[in-house]
Design a protein around this ligand. Structure first.
Ligand SMILES: NC(=O)c1ccc[n+]([C@@H]2O[C@H](COP(=O)([O-])OP(=O)(O)OC[C@H]3O[C@@H](n4cnc5c(N)ncnc54)[C@H](O)[C@@H]3O)[C@@H](O)[C@H]2O)c1
Length: 362
């Protein structure tokens, strides 16, 4: 979460639009932020979270919506970046009335913002929001939605890992490589399955014992270590952070033997400069928002009427995107994190500019 000591302002950022939504009767307090619609309507999930203050919620939504714009741009999607936050504890505040009130506010933006699931919101919630609103993705399969996005998120991370392996070792195969997966929740456990299929050696950890036990039962060949601190000290070829943000700090980089970091977690770099430190330690970092875009590709596909096979083909392109980011970084002498930002910014600039080419109304 964010530091609330310095209240952010919606102005002074590069965001296009920030909408504050309030419905007193249902207790709804939400903020919708649109960072960019240069490439298309802004798409991003709704985070339902008990923020400590409205400033904290605003800082989070501004930050997250910008991240979505970069993720969509790098993934080659015709989508901009947006995000929404609902302030409050979803376990006590969430109700049909609140979600429908929220849906009416999303509807009022008239398609400049499409919502989806995020922390604290799930596909059945999207079905309720959609009763008031046409601009909803991440719906249940029964309602034509894509369902659980973690399947293609894991598949995309796996493709990013293979591209990184090719970049580092000249061979995309992960057979015989040792991969450490921190966090075996929805994404991590699918990733483990893909790695084992390719005959990689897998070491895992998770703070939630039942998640590890269930995975060990399904795949007895995996090795389990006590915690993330132990995992990063293991002899690894690849480290895959698949739990929370901030996974890569000075201490972790100092002890990692892995030559590649490639995982699903958002915002892995704990602070500015960590990307440089990774490089100094000879570790190739596959940028988080480059490799974890499979879930976004999946919900974006819903806009065309969901087709899993088509979405999977699109998610497989994460291999090429990762490789080109790593090659760009090498040729330009910048870190992969900087290279990813540059490629995303260039696409927003160049394709966004085409809107200035006048077309007659169809
Ligand atoms: N689900 C998606 O489609 C998707 C898409 C893009 C990015 N992500 C990101 O990937 C990450 C994982 O997402 P998910 O959907 O699998 O979430 P999840 O909540 O299902 O799984 C996270 C797992 O990490 C474990 N965990 C939490 N703290 C830990 C710690 N300190 N050490 C070890 N394990 C810990 C949890 O117990 C849980 O099992 C998140 O950062 C998420 O933002 C997910």
């Amino acid at each position: 979460m964010t530091d609330s000591s310095t209240p952010p302002s919606a102005f002074g950022t590069e965001h296009e639009q920030v909408v504050f939504c309030h419905d007193e009767a249902s207790g709804l307090k939400a903020i919708i932020a649109i960072y960019s619609t240069a490439l298309g309507p802004a798409l991003g999930g709704t985070r339902f979270y008990p923020y400590g203050s409205e400033q904290e919620a605003l800082a989070d939504v501004l930050n997250l919506s910008q991240g979505m714009a970069y993720k969509a741009a790098l993934a080659g999607l015709d989508l901009g970046g947006g995000k929404a936050v609902i302030i409050g504890d979803p376990n006590t505040l969430k109700s049909e009335a609140l979600l429908r009130a929220y849906g009416r506010f999303v509807q009022s933006i008239n398609g400049r913002y499409y919502t989806a699931c995020d922390v604290g919101t799930f596909s059945p919630d999207m079905d309720i929001i959609a009763r008031e609103c046409d601009f909803v993705t991440g719906r249940t399969v029964e309602h034509g939605g894509a369902g659980d996005s973690s399947v293609l998120t894991a598949f995309g991370v796996y493709q990013g890992m293979r591209a990184s392996a090719f970049h580092v070792w000249g061979d995309a195969s992960l057979a015989g490589k040792t991969v450490g997966v921190a966090g075996v929740g929805k994404v991590g456990r699918h990733l483990v399955g893909l790695l084992l299929e390719e005959k990689a050696n897998v070491v895992v950890t998770d703070v939630y014992a039942p998640a590890v036990e269930a995975l060990k039962e399904k795949h007895p060949e995996i090795r389990v270590v006590a915690d993330t601190a132990a995992l990063v000290r293991e002899p690894l070829d690849i480290y895959a952070p698949c739990a929370l943000g901030g996974a890569l700090d000075d201490e972790v980089v100092g002890v990692l033997s892995a030559k590649i970091v490639c995982g699903a977690a958002n915002n892995q770099l704990a602070h500015e400069g960590i990307d440089k430190l990774l490089e100094e330690h000879g570790i190739t970092y596959a940028p988080d928002y480059c490799v974890n875009a499979g879930g976004l590709v999946q919900v974006a596909d819903e806009l065309e009427g969901f087709n899993f096979d088509r979405a999977k083909v699109r998610a497989a392109k994460i291999y090429d995107t990762t490789l080109s980011v790593l090659e760009h970084a090498k040729s330009e002498g910048v870190t992969p994190a900087v290279a990813a930002d540059r490629v995303a910014e260039q696409r927003m600039r160049e394709v966004g500019r085409l809107r200035s080419v006048w077309l007659p109304k169809s």
